[in-house]
Design a protein around this ligand. Structure first.
Ligand SMILES: [Zn+2]
Ligand SMILES: [Zn+2]
Length: 131
């Protein structure tokens, strides 16, 4: 695979991700692009997404149900992820900021813009899923 082709595929993937903001599985992106790009494979989509993550364009998160990818935009956002039912609950940036600031006061600059904390939601705790 030559460099130009790789760049073209990454650009197509980024364009496609912009049309559907939020978390996206590689399979979903692949499904939407394959009609237009018959030579595309799911493994190429994965490789492109990982390459885009390496250059800071895309975040990769494990929301308990497989990996999801998301465009990195200016607003950081965070999640609470339930390991029981895979619910993804918002975690307000204002709640995370004091924690990040405290760590940064030690001289460590945080680059994380998409934090996932894993645990069990109240419904799953009631069902006794949390051991
Ligand atoms: Zn997210
Ligand atoms: Zn749950």
């Amino acid at each position: 695979m030559n460099k130009h082709r790789m760049t073209f595929q990454r650009k197509k993937i980024l364009d496609e991700m912009r049309r559907y903001p939020g978390h996206q599985a590689a399979e979903a992106i692949y499904d939407r692009l394959k009609a237009e790009m018959p030579e595309l494979s799911l493994s190429t989509v994965y490789r492109s997404l990982k390459g885009l993550a390496d250059i800071g364009q895309v975040s990769i998160s494990d929301l308990g149900d497989g990996l999801v990818f998301e465009l990195i935009n200016s607003e950081p956002h965070h999640h609470l992820v339930c390991l029981g039912c895979h619910a993804v609950l918002p975690l307000d940036n204002a709640e995370v900021t004091p924690f990040f600031k405290q760590i940064e006061s030690r001289g460590f600059k945080i680059a994380t813009t998409h934090l996932c904390l894993y645990g069990y939601c109240s419904a799953c705790q009631e069902k006794g899923l949390f051991q």
